[in-house]
Write a new protein. Structure first.
Length: 209
């Protein structure tokens, strides 16, 4: 079973409170989501391997460490995932960015892919799928499956807020994908919104309804 990492750093929790607040406007909401994504990336990359290299400081030559040949891909689930991209790239500026677009079929209620553009060497990369909300888990499960079909094998999922139902769905479908979240909320309501949640992340990011 995949591991769920609850990132409860005080700075993350502080900023998440303002993200949840219904009175936070789109500008501040976007900035806060980006900041929390950056802070979460610090933890998501904690297990990246290191290697020693020789450099010369202003004083002398010395051996020090750099990330060991790790190629990273960031894959936001459209559209809300776009709000987290810049936060990740601030810490991993060399990462390639792919995109997966999904919508829910009104009859079958199943996720349908309408857009997918990924780095050509996806099979060589450590991929971080990003989406602010993990509600039913349908979009995340589908996105992970689409990446695997295209050759990806090393995938992590990073979300701001998750419902237990969404975590369970991802773990049951993709037990090899670790999940990183800033909060695990109570449940889903009858409209599949996370309770207490933060509302519709896409609408709040882009000022739509």
């Amino acid at each position: 079973m995949s591991t769920v990492h609850l990132l409860d750093h005080p700075l993350i929790q502080h900023k998440l409170t303002y993200i949840r607040n219904k009175n936070t406007g789109s500008k501040d909401f976007r900035e806060l989501v980006e900041e929390v994504a950056m802070l979460m990336t610090y933890e998501v990359t904690r297990d990246f391997p290191l290697k020693e290299v020789e450099i010369e400081t202003p004083i002398q030559k010395t051996m020090t460490k750099v990330i060991s040949g790790k190629k990273v891909g960031v894959v936001p689930i459209l559209r809300a995932g776009l709000g987290m991209v810049n936060g990740v790239l601030k810490l991993i500026p060399a990462a390639k960015v792919g995109h997966v677009g999904l919508y829910r079929d009104p009859e079958t209620l199943l996720p349908v892919e309408y857009y997918c553009k990924l780095p050509a060497d996806i099979h060589e990369r450590e991929l971080i799928i990003i989406d602010p909300m993990l509600a039913t888990g349908g979009s995340a499960v589908a996105a992970i499956e689409f990446l695997k079909q295209r050759g990806a094998s090393n995938i992590k999922l990073m979300c701001l807020i998750a419902a237990p139902e969404g975590i369970k769905a991802v773990q049951e479908s993709h037990s090899d994908v670790d999940i990183y979240v800033a909060a695990i909320d109570e449940k889903l309501n009858d409209h599949a919104y996370i309770v207490p949640g933060l509302g519709d992340a896409g609408d709040r990011l882009f000022g739509t309804k």
